[in-house]
Design a protein around this ligand. Sequence first.
Ligand code: AMP
Length: 257
Amino acid sequence: MLLSTKARVRKMRYYSVKMRASKEGKHISGGERIVEREALKEVINSLIERPRDFDFLNIKVKLVQKLNYIDRSLKIENCSFPDTHQANAFAIEIIHKYTGIDKVKIENFINLIHVGASDRGDVMRGAMLVDTNGNRLERDRNRGVRTTGVDFEDREKVRSKLIKKGFTDRTLDALAIATKNLNYPDILGEYCISDDPDYQYGYVAVKGSYIRIYPLKDKGNDKGGRIYFVKKEVDLDRLYNYLEEEEFLIRELGEVL
Ligand code: AMP
């Protein structure tokens, strides 16, 4: 009896840690974690080491007021194709199957990501939002919507499992983002390519699955981005609040096929 009371008094407190770094006004690196008090020092040190060269770095640490849990990440599947054209045709097929959006419309939005989807033709900071009628919904086309506030409960355990299977830290971060996104009932799918010109992997996430696809973009292309496909009746205020304000820990890694 006494023990359980003590345990309740010593309820764990989690902190969100966000790092962003830039050089000459251009964003170059970012990262975020949700950890207990004892891990703060180590986590801050590892985030500071992420960017190779910067002239501005900001670290924000904030007590998490309400922590939510997701039991399992999306399961991971892998698909390879001879070229980006076939890889994207496959991605379009899956998104169409799960959203019902016209394939030509999906292709047009994907093409926009490959050439820079902001109003100025640059990479957006966050994701584009497209509803099942094929309309763009994000409030600011340069910023997009950002998924934040998600981490793995035991990040090292999940990380080492993924690395052993040939994945990278990028997969770890992207899997966390996609898992939080697809946990929201009104988000039906996600398309993602990196803005790193050397990184040709991308993914499509739909209910239950994170489908890693190679090669989803041409080598040398420095444009990238994300598209979240949402139900047409989505409540935008709630969606933004869920993606940008609510904090989640993912307990376990899902199946890796
Ligand atoms: P990355 O996976 O970090 O290479 O990011 C690829 C692209 O996805 C970026 O160029 C942004 O357009 C977008 N993006 C990056 N991080 C986020 C995020 N947390 N939420 C939504 N979109 C993002």
